[in-house]
Design a protein around this ligand. Structure first.
Ligand SMILES: Cc1cc2nc3c(=O)[nH]c(=O)nc-3n(C[C@H](O)[C@H](O)[C@H](O)COP(=O)(O)OP(=O)(O)OC[C@H]3O[C@@H](n4cnc5c(N)ncnc54)[C@H](O)[C@@H]3O)c2cc1C
Length: 370
């Protein structure tokens, strides 16, 4: 006899960045009812504006190693399962240096990433297609959300203003939106990226800050090969910048590498490049890849990566409020580590045991801000 499927639990996810979208994908796959509440736009913040570069072993020797390895492997599996409409592909990865002040030995290894300026020196191969890959971060985040919605999840464009509590305030019972409406839930995931300090006003959480970065997307006249470059650029005054150049599968080319100092606006829709930030980055990009002088600029943008004091992600149950979970602080590896984070959290929420050792990322490892 056919019986209607009734989900065993409902989870509200605060934040529609890559971490929230990946958690929604993993939970709905486990037949959990999910509502993602996103303040502005799915992938509107760093998750739509990052480089989308992935490395399997660049976190080796750190507490993030197992999470990164599992996540890198999941990316390949997910690209197949999701139909890869987001340009996931393996890449070779190189380093190179350009100086405006002095000449570098550019003859050696000039065959590596030959699309760089001929005077780019110190070229070497950092990694091969065995351990590095890339994707379009906005496309990836949106594909995860689309799959979650197809699997029965819901998306609300609204702002979470508070947690709703029960059991004398000891257990979470959902969220309260800024218009006063409540969404009831058995569990809540706080996946608010650099806006986690807002959630720290609701429950004690380790301090998280946002580091701003500018980026530009170009459309070169002809697509560049699947090769990412981590460059060192020495400016006229001796300042050394470290731009990342990532050609994408759709023929565009992404460059980031110039920080900003403006404070994080409370509204994610208000994040803007700073005056001169993208102009300077464009100048550097053209110096590194001369053909970009003729390329169309598709986007000039800025975003904030979420960082904890010890640089490690914050993932797990929030001890002070039963049923509340957090996933943030992924710093420069949020695109990479979203899959492993989501898989571990979904297992933790549905079975009580995470699929990875989350102890290094415990929300109680750093003094909480309450
Ligand atoms: C320039 C740059 C390049 C990067 N390159 C890479 C890279 O190559 N590889 C890599 O792995 N990582 C990279 N990263 C890091 C990566 O982008 C981040 O770690 C990741 O996007 C963080 O995802 P998130 O979901 O935690 O946060 P976000 O993407 O910031 O999402 C948080 C969401 O929460 C929403 N929100 C906030 N407050 C509320 C509220 N009260 N109610 C509802 N919603 C709310 C916001 O609107 C936002 O959409 C880069 C970052 C930057 C800045």
């Amino acid at each position: 006899m056919w019986t209607k499927w009734v989900p065993a639990m409902h989870v509200v996810i605060c934040g529609g960045g890559v971490v929230g979208a990946a958690a929604a994908f993993e939970l709905t796959r486990r037949r959990v009812a999910v509502t993602v509440v996103e303040r502005w736009r799915v992938a509107g913040a760093a998750s739509g504006k990052s480089a989308g570069f992935l490395a399997r072993d660049w976190c080796d020797g750190t507490p993030v190693a197992a999470l990164a390895q599992r996540s890198f492997d999941l990316h390949e599996i997910w690209a197949e399962q999701l139909g890869n409409a987001y340009g996931y592909r393996k890449v070779d990865t190189f380093s190179a240096a350009v100086s405006i002040r002095r000449s570098l030995n550019s003859a050696k290894n000039s065959h590596l990433a030959p699309w760089l300026t001929p005077d780019a020196g110190h070229r070497s191969q950092l990694a091969t297609t065995a351990t590095t890959a890339q994707l379009d971060p906005e496309g990836f985040t949106r594909a995860l959300m689309k799959a979650a919605l197809t699997q029965g999840g819901k998306l609300e464009i609204a702002t979470v203003a508070q947690l709703h509590r029960t059991d004398g305030g000891k257990r979470v019972a959902g969220v309260v939106l800024d218009n006063g409406r409540k969404i009831l839930a058995d569990a809540v995931i706080l996946a608010m990226g650099p806006w986690s300090p807002v959630a720290a006003q609701w429950v004690p959480l380790p301090p998280i800050y946002g580091l701003k970065g500018h980026s530009i997307i170009f459309k070169p006249e002809a697509p560049l090969p699947p090769e990412a470059v981590f460059a060192e650029f020495e400016d006229t005054d001796g300042t050394v910048l470290t731009p990342e150049i990532v050609p994408r599968a759709d023929g565009s080319l992404y460059v980031c590498g110039l920080s900003g100092t403006a404070a994080l606006p409370i509204d994610s829709a208000q994040v803007r490049p700073e005056e001169g930030g993208c102009e300077k980055l464009r100048e550097i990009s053209v110096r590194l890849v001369p053909q970009l002088a003729r390329a169309k600029v598709i986007a000039e943008q800025a975003c904030y990566r979420p960082i904890a004091r010890d640089g490690l992600p914050v993932i797990g149950a929030v001890p002070e409020l039963e049923g509340t979970y957090v996933a943030t602080g992924h710093s420069v590896w949020g695109m990479l580590n979203a899959p492993g984070t989501a898989e571990a959290l979904a297992a933790l929420i549905t079975t009580g045991t995470a699929s990875l050792d989350l102890a290094p990322f415990s929300p109680s490892r750093i003094a909480a801000r309450s």
